[in-house]
Design a protein around this ligand. Structure first.
Ligand code: ADP
Ligand code: MG
Length: 868
């Protein structure tokens, strides 16, 4: 049987180690792919599939991309979640015996790309590793290879927490052990669409010991070790810029699970999945890329520690009060490039002179920033200033060494300034002198020969030459001039003298280029020594940037500084920060919200489109804004510090997962109910929608009762089941509110104003009318509604037990009153506070402890109370 050629054998040997990657196999000026890789890549990249002989009878499928254009193709593959292994020739083909040696020099994966369009300035590119432990907990580690940031946390028991972290950090690739549980793998791939990678070695190599010195336990070390070993294996180069691993205790931050984050549109919108329209988009007034990334991290992790939160608020206040200083700071920050990523690329050895120039310009801003920050005379600011390392010696080095507009390439010279290196200056002198000599030669030769048009030129092939036009050739003396090149109407000559100078000049230039390259590499090595200091500086600058951003947005949008209280939530004239911004001509209607400790469940009714969801979300967003340290969209706000925020929406409203089944709705509800504490904020938006009316209503009521009795968390519960408003009378801490609307000429007008009491009815048909459904259809719907209401009324009347407060038809009229009337008064059906008190005392009655007479007296009293 025929065998593969030695080269194909080599290919197959390398490929065996990189089964899950496209192997880019260097062949001359191309990277070639073979077999399956070739077939798949040719489709994805839309390049031609060919075939070549490989020693066997069948031809081998092959496709390739030119070496110089490979970056774009690699990016395309990696963007789609694939990995690319780059196999280079690792010996000089001229010296090779047999097949040239090839080795994989780097594995590029979605989580480890260092450059390209896919790396957004204001976003981290995190690679994660997950380890599951036998006690059901999970270790979770993150690295951003571009910035060197490292983190690790332990997550408890719920794999959903892992998924939440992956989502929040925009992780595209996760490293796990080869025996990682199948159901988790499946969840990672299906729910997070990440690329999975495997690494079983978790031992931290000695050279990285200092990275993990702060880690508290073996689980953390193991989880980070897995990640680190994967990095070493894929990158095969210096990882000097990795920063000390920081621990994130998840209980130090407000917990917002995956669904809630999506639902509140913190960093991306539900519909477009883009940043525009999200809270991040609204807030982002950061000037630097580093600041932009930190802002996103802060939004993902609101604080719980009151004094930490307040010190951010105070700093924001200071920035608001120091308007001009803030403007100046913003100006200075504009001159600061991405120090973190620059440092990463320095470590990687792929910076050029322009990058170092950016570094220099950034560092030149730092003294000004330092000065400004100290001027604020605020403890937070002073503390930040103290941490600012001006890296003056580095600034000086760069100022003296790097030219102002260097070329992209570091191999062509023209990078290093005069005066930086004596030898370089000498070569340059030699080269310059030679050039001056040649320039003067032209004049001499003209005089000598009397040929006025004689000129001296240079080209790469022939070097320096003397050019004489054909007409003037006769005037050229014999002997000295050696003919080099003939053009159509001129001849070019050289002379021994000219040749000699040329050699000098070219030698000098060659030396200059080589020396400049060496000097540059040396400077780059020196910069490497500054990496940790640059990273520390980057941290301070990004923090300043986010805080000035909070001040800028708070001032621009008239936010107020929130206060904190353990007892209550009190928001005066609160607004939804994003809806308010995107509404153009119309005015956003501000709304209050009050939740006492004892009166913690607001049941929200109101027609479709009246603003229930918006109102609920604005409360959650206000709390989140407050806890990340920003001011809040309200006239006045007193807030508890919430440990968790949950938002749950009925399946019919759930546009997020695309799997809007009732099961999902219930699973999410369960998660909230299991995890919430009395210090949490719960939003339930039309829960129970995904099933039939009675089912849904029953569940909704049971959920309310559960929250009321078991959890006691501040809760906003919107519902389209009017029947539930009756719960106010049964459950002490339930309070009805509604978003008001009025009818004018059979049209509904939304006032978006939140008021006490329950809404009178739903206005679905009116909304349909607004949406301009056909008139005949609207009429028919009204007819059907009439019939349904009639039936309901009959049912209600016939059932003496019925406690459901279905609106009697005659009450409908009441809903047409104007907005000025206290619209939460709902006719007789409304429970008065007297009734509530009476019910309360009945509830609290110790019946077994009463004598019959006492009982009768009590009853009498109650009746009197109710009548009077
Ligand atoms: P619901 O949940 O009651 O169906 P939404 O909260 O979805 O209603 O709000 C519907 C629309 O009403 C929103 O898209 C927004 O444009 C508008 N809206 C909501 N609240 C307000 C408000 N307070 N002021 C002005 N417009 C609002
Ligand atoms: Mg809604």
């Amino acid at each position: 049987m025929a065998e593969y050629t030695p080269m194909i054998k080599q290919y197959l040997t390398i490929k065996a180690d990189y089964k899950d990657a496209f192997l880019f196999f260097r062949l001359g000026d191309f990277y070639e792919m073979f077999f399956e890789d070739a077939i798949n890549a040719s489709q994805i990249l839309e390049i031609t599939l060919t075939a070549r002989d490989g020693g066997t009878n069948d031809k081998i499928p092959m496709c390739g991309v030119p070496y110089h254009a490979a970056a774009g193709y690699i990016e395309q593959l990696v963007n789609q979640g694939h990995k690319v292994a780059i196999a280079e020739q690792t010996e000089d083909p001229k010296q090779a015996k047999g097949v040239v040696k090839r080795e994989v020099i780097q594995l590029i994966t979605p989580g480890t790309v260092m450059e390209g369009k896919n790396l957004l300035e204001k976003e981290n590119n995190f690679l994660a590793s997950v380890t599951s432990f036998s006690d059901d907990s999970f270790g979770f580690a993150l690295t951003d290879l571009t910035t060197g940031e490292n983190r690790v946390s332990l997550l408890s028991f719920h794999f959903d927490d892992v998924i939440g972290e992956i989502y929040a950090n925009g992780v595209k690739e996760v490293v796990v052990s080869s025996d990682f549980d199948d159901k988790y793998r499946k969840a990672l791939i299906e729910r997070c669409s990440v690329t999975l990678s495997y690494e079983d070695n978790c031992t931290i190599a000695n050279q990285f010991e200092q990275l993990i010195q702060g880690l508290e336990d073996e689980k953390m070390v193991l989880t980070y070790g897995r990640l680190l070993n994967y990095l070493m294996k894929t990158q095969k180069r210096s990882l000097d810029h990795l920063q000390e691993v920081r621990i994130f205790h998840t209980n130090q931050f407000m917990k917002i699970d995956l669904y809630s984050k999506r639902n509140l549109e913190l960093t991306e919108t539900i519909r477009s999945k883009g940043k525009k329209g999200s809270l991040l988009w609204l807030l982002d007034q950061t000037v630097t890329a580093m600041g932009g990334r930190l802002l996103k991290q802060w939004i993902d992790r609101p604080l719980l520690n009151k004094s930490e939160i307040e010190s951010r608020h105070n700093m924001v206040q200071t920035f608001i009060e120091h308007y001009f200083e803030r403007l100046e700071l913003r100006d200075q920050l504009k001159g600061v490039y991405d120090l973190e990523r620059l440092a990463g690329r320095v470590a990687y050895g792929n910076v050029n002179a322009r990058d170092l120039l950016q570094l220099k310009k950034s560092l030149e801003q730092v003294p000004g920033i330092y000065h400004l920050v100290t001027q604020l005379k605020h403890p937070y600011a002073t503390n930040l200033a103290k941490q600012m390392d001006l890296c003056e010696s580095l600034t000086e080095l760069l100022q003296h060494s790097i030219k102002e507009s260097p070329p992209l390439s570091i191999k062509e010279g023209d990078i290093i300034k005069d005066g930086f290196n004596a030898t370089l200056d000498q070569y340059r002198d030699a080269s310059r002198n030679g050039k001056t000599w040649i320039a003067s030669l032209e004049k001499q030769e003209r005089e000598k020969t009397g040929i006025k048009s004689l000129k001296i030129g240079y080209n790469r092939v022939f070097g320096y030459y003397i050019e004489v036009s054909k007409a003037n050739l006769q005037f050229l003396p014999e002997g000295m001039y050696e003919r080099k090149q003939t053009l159509s109407n001129a001849e070019r000559f050289i002379t021994p003298e000219l040749k000699e100078k040329e050699t000098l000049i070219l030698e000098a230039e060659e030396k200059i280029v080589q020396l400049e390259y060496d000097l540059f590499i040396d400077i780059r090595e020196q910069v490497k020594g500054y990496i940790p200091r640059l990273q520390a500086l980057a941290k301070v600058i990004s923090e300043l940037d986010v805080l000035q951003c909070f001040a800028t947005i708070s001032e621009e949008r008239h936010y107020c500084k929130p206060q904190f209280s353990e007892e209550q939530l009190f928001i005066k004239d609160g607004r939804h920060p994003v809806v308010e911004k995107v509404m153009q001509a119309q005015e956003y209607v501000p709304n209050d919200c009050v939740m006492q400790q004892g009166q913690a469940l607001l049941l929200i009714t109101g027609p479709n489109m009246s603003g229930k969801s918006t109102y609920m979300r604005q409360i959650a967003l206000t709390s989140i804004l407050a806890q990340i340290g920003c001011f809040v969209p309200a006239r006045e706000a007193v807030l508890p510090i919430y440990d968790q925020v949950f938002t749950r929406i009925g399946a019919a409203d759930d546009l997020i997962s695309g799997q809007s089944t009732f099961m999902v709705e219930m699973l999410e509800a369960k998660n909230a109910l299991v995890n919430a504490t009395s210090k949490s904020l719960l939003l339930f938006d039309e829960i129970g929608r995904g099933t039939s009316t009675y089912d849904g209503m029953a569940l909704a009521q049971a959920i309310i009762e559960h929250i009321h009795q078991q959890i006691g968390a501040h809760t906003l519960f919107s519902t389209h089941y009017h029947e539930l408003t009756d719960l106010e009378t049964k459950l002490e801490n339930v309070k009805n509110i509604h978003v008001s609307a009025i009818e004018e000429n059979d049209n509904v007008v939304f006032l978006h104003k939140v008021k006490e009491g329950a809404a009178d009815k739903s206005y679905g048909i009116h909304v349909a009318k607004l949406a301009e459904l056909p008139d005949s259809l609207i009429e028919r719907a009204k007819e059907i509604l009439g019939q349904l209401e009639q039936t309901e009324k009959e049912v209600a009347v016939s059932s003496e037990e019925s406690e459901r407060s279905v609106e009697p038809a005659d009450n409908l009229q009441l809903s047409f009153f104007g907005e000025t009337k206290a619209s939460y008064k709902m006719g007789d059906k409304q429970v008065t506070s007297k009734e509530k008190d009476a019910l309360k005392s009945i509830k609290e009655m110790d019946i077994l402890g009463l004598t019959p007479l006492e009982a009768i007296n009590k009853l009498y009293e109650l009746q009197k109370q109710l009548k009077g």
